[in-house]
Design a protein around this ligand. Structure first.
Ligand code: HEC
Length: 229
């Protein structure tokens, strides 16, 4: 087998009687399919014009104006696509004021305290004391604040039952606002009727007692009674 010499293939078709011979006269090996196709294609009619006219200028102008208007609308009223714009409780954040989320007492309770003290505030007998009707929680605002900030361990009697367990400290995990919110919440839930605890109260206890060890019930009693009446 001798290698065939490649023919120059892509050639602009010339129209004329010679080209017709491509179909018939040339021997099979020399049939140049590409050239034949080029011939056929060039014989065909031009592309139809109707429906393929160039877009008129006014369509472009209108599109550009519309895009501009949409951009303006989004920029002006889109609220940077923030979901906050839909939060009814915080209308101030819709105007891009620096956002400060209010600590929600019920949410802090559900996320932090509830695993131990339970949704009912009744605790778990023998393990976690109740918060509903607890004298430790309700008498003064400082005692529960001290407990939540620095933890509690050892014997404690709550509503006539004794517990001897450990509650962790939350001074590192919760902010003043969160502790204030959760204590105000539990002091007013499950029939409890004690006043709120302010974030300032938490803050001053946090600073005054910084770094101290978990309380015992006895220590809590003695600080409580040292308080000027
Ligand atoms: C890991 C379990 C646990 C978590 C979480 C916990 N506590 Fe406690 N809490 C206890 C235990 C246990 C005691 C009793 C400690 C003892 O036996 O000395 C206690 C005692 C208390 C007391 C004093 C006793 C009483 O029943 O009133 C208060 C008030 C209290 N917790 C509030 C809270 C609040 C508010 C939170 C959430 C910020 C919280 N606790 C989170 C386990 C927990």
């Amino acid at each position: 087998m001798t290698p065939r010499k490649p023919k120059s293939r892509v050639q602009p078709p010339e129209r004329g009687p010679e080209q017709e011979k491509d179909f018939v006269d040339e021997p099979w090996e020399d049939v140049d399919v590409q050239r034949i196709h080029m011939n056929i294609i060039s014989r065909e009619k031009g592309e139809p014009e109707e429906g393929f006219e160039p877009t008129p200028w006014w369509v472009w102008t209108a599109s550009v104006l519309l895009l501009f208007a949409m951009g303006f609308y989004l920029g002006r009223f889109g609220g940077t696509f923030s979901f906050v714009a839909h939060e009814v409780e915080q209308p101030s954040s819709a105007t891009m004021a620096p956002m400060k989320r209010e600590a929600r007492g019920d949410m802090v309770y559900a996320g932090v305290c509830q695993p131990c003290h339970q949704a009912t505030g009744e605790g778990v007998p023998g393990q976690y004391p109740p918060l509903a009707g607890s004298e430790w929680l309700l008498q003064d605002p400082e005692t529960p604040a001290r407990i939540v900030l620095f933890g509690l361990q050892g014997d404690i009697a709550v509503r006539g039952a004794t517990f001897d367990n450990k509650m962790p400290a939350f001074s590192e995990k919760l902010s003043n606002e969160e502790i204030s919110a959760v204590l105000s919440h539990v002091r007013a839930s499950w029939g409890n009727k004690a006043g709120p605890v302010s974030a300032d109260q938490i803050d001053s206890l946090r600073t005054k007692l910084a770094g101290r060890a978990p309380w015992t019930a006895g220590e809590l009693q003695s600080v409580r009674h040292k308080k000027p009446a």
